[in-house]
Design a protein around this ligand. Sequence first.
Ligand SMILES: Nc1ncnc2c1ncn2[C@@H]1O[C@H](COP(=O)(O)OP(=O)(O)OP(=O)(O)O)[C@@H](O)[C@H]1O
Length: 249
Amino acid sequence: MTCTSSTDRPDDLAVHRISAGYGDRLALTEVSARLPGGRITSLVGANGAGKSSLLAVLAGVLRPTAGEVTGLGPRRPALVAQRSAVSDALPLTVRETVAMGRWADLGPWRRARRADRELVEECMERLGVAPLAGRQLGSLSGGQRQRALVAQGLAQRPEVLLLDEPTAGLDAEARERIAAALAEAGAAGTTVVHATHDLHLALDADHCLLLADGRPLAEGRPAEVLTPEALRRAWGTPELPAARAAERA
Ligand SMILES: Nc1ncnc2c1ncn2[C@@H]1O[C@H](COP(=O)(O)OP(=O)(O)OP(=O)(O)O)[C@@H](O)[C@H]1O
């Protein structure tokens, strides 16, 4: 069994002239983009560019005021929120947290079958959190908790996996684990879309959408999109991200 879906390559996701916001503040203005099915797309942009809002629209938790999303299958996408969005006070172990990823498929009594339990163990192994299975989520380090949340996302076996800054603030080993898990999910046919400030992770994606002020600046292969010039435009200053991309070029 694999902890990702293994369908044939699904259709592309697309957003068509999406506008969305909070009250009268627009976070996205007429955003159109294609997010290739069964591939990894990185959403890149400065703070406030609209990355999380676009993920929320794709996840169905932020209703657009205009435009539409096409290519989503019948199942709801899995959304892995930023770890700061998850309360420290939740009285859940790592295993319980990951097992919650199975709930949507279990029906009203949430009775896990053996296959569900195996899938949960496998997803914990994949993210390196199996040794922490009995620990309370609130007692974990930021990186451990983030890995548990990604394992929960994978345990849903989603067709579309959305992640908001999955490697923010993590050490190199945790980043590698998460990058490898996303690559495996993409290889197994899952459409992965993640928002990131981690240019290494962004450059490792198959596709990239660069946002600025709620509008798309560029879209395409990451190395072609994330040029020093484009990053300067996105950030408004010739600061760190552009320098880092130049190092990688
Ligand atoms: N809950 C909210 N209520 C009001 N405005 C919001 C809310 N969430 C986001 N915004 C605004 O929407 C815009 C886009 O924010 P969003 O969080 O999508 O950007 P982001 O690219 O994900 O930023 P970051 O890199 O800081 O996470 C910003 O102007 C932000 O202030």
